[in-house]
Design a protein around this ligand. Sequence first.
Ligand SMILES: Nc1ncnc2c1ncn2[C@@H]1O[C@H](COP(=O)(O)OP(=O)(O)OP(=O)(O)O)[C@@H](O)[C@H]1O
Ligand SMILES: [Mg+2]
Length: 412
Amino acid sequence: MGCFAFRSGGKSGSSSSTSSRPQQHPRPGARTPPAKSAPASTSSSSSSSGAGAGAQSNTKAAAASAPAAASSATPTRTIQELSEERGAQRLRVFDLDELGSATNGFSRALKLGEGGFGSVYRAFFRSAAGARVVLAVKRLNQRSLQGHKQWLAEVQFLGVLEHPNLVKLIGYCAVDSEASKHRLLVYEFMPNKSLDDHLFNRAHPPLSWRLRLQIMLGAARGLDYLHEGVPEVQVIYRDFKASNVLLDAEFKPKLSDFGLAREGPTEGKTHVSTAVVGTHGYAAPDYIETGHLTVKSDVWSFGVVLYEILTGRRSLERSRPAEEQKLLGWVRQHPPDGAGFRAIMDPRLGGRYPLAAAREVARLADRCLGKNPKERPAMRDVVEVLERVVQMEPTTTTADKRGGDGRLPAKR
Ligand SMILES: Nc1ncnc2c1ncn2[C@@H]1O[C@H](COP(=O)(O)OP(=O)(O)OP(=O)(O)O)[C@@H](O)[C@H]1O
Ligand SMILES: [Mg+2]
């Protein structure tokens, strides 16, 4: 489940901070470089040029006259600059001792989960008025070389970004002593775990069709905000997958984990060249092959998760028969307009979904999974399609109205 590097490359951007404020460069007093020449502040390599409008395989010859990037927004600032301006005011610096006592010494009993970069704990605090406040604390693995880099990316991006479909970062903690280094992040608490838990863990009752769509619509809005909603900077999320879609008390989705996020290409560039990192089964093949990263890499990953919500299967399931292990290969045998399409639908839906809407979602997923990144839809278009699909009425033949609005009967 964890993230990993498909292959390594590029300069190392990681450095250790000795203060409690997040710093990219260890040199005291190092100045923020100007936006145009700055290396991406949270990444391992710099931008490179390419052809216009997302033509990733084309040459530099076209770059000079080509319009900028796939996004409508031309980035004018770096995330590092924005973070220094805004993040410092928004985020609270926590004490390691305070986080230790809030998690009862990082007690196993309070552990919410563990990912590739660290463990997450439920943590209890007191508000100024004395009320109990529950938050989530992620402690990054001390042994991970990537730890500081992921932590810094998260602090910088989430210190600046704000949207109802992104998890809120409350603050952070960084302590370096001779004996050890500590990097922690403090988030709003998301009581309903992740989309991954609800889709794939049988301990949870199945998610209804409507809820699946609403979760994907919210997630699409979050990605659209990253791609086109911040005037000064474009953000490529790079790690869209079901386990990074957390659910609040009303099952509203919020994207979490910005450790792999990258700034989009600067003016005149179509992509960012980077070491390939991500999660198996979700990363776009063109990105894996070339290391060229665009917002359309996120669109591919979104397409993969669309098929996960349709089928209730993970993108990669080694326990299945050979021809069914790779979700995308398997669903290709049952195209959205074919007679056999229904065979791919999640049995846990119990037939309670409008078939026309399911076909529409599969068609959308196929567009997101287009071989040529240029032909994949923008997240803005994905949002529009999903808004329309959410309105589609359940059919009487497959829909059981009891399950139409929320969770399936097991919870009722
Ligand atoms: N803000 C939060 N509130 C509540 N639970 C959370 C929060 N953030 C994370 N979790 C829980 O902790 C688990 C681990 O999260 P984490 O992001 O470290 O790993 P992951 O997403 O499962 O894997 P990966 O490292 O590949 O991203 C999540 O699945 C979720 O259940
Ligand atoms: Mg995660």
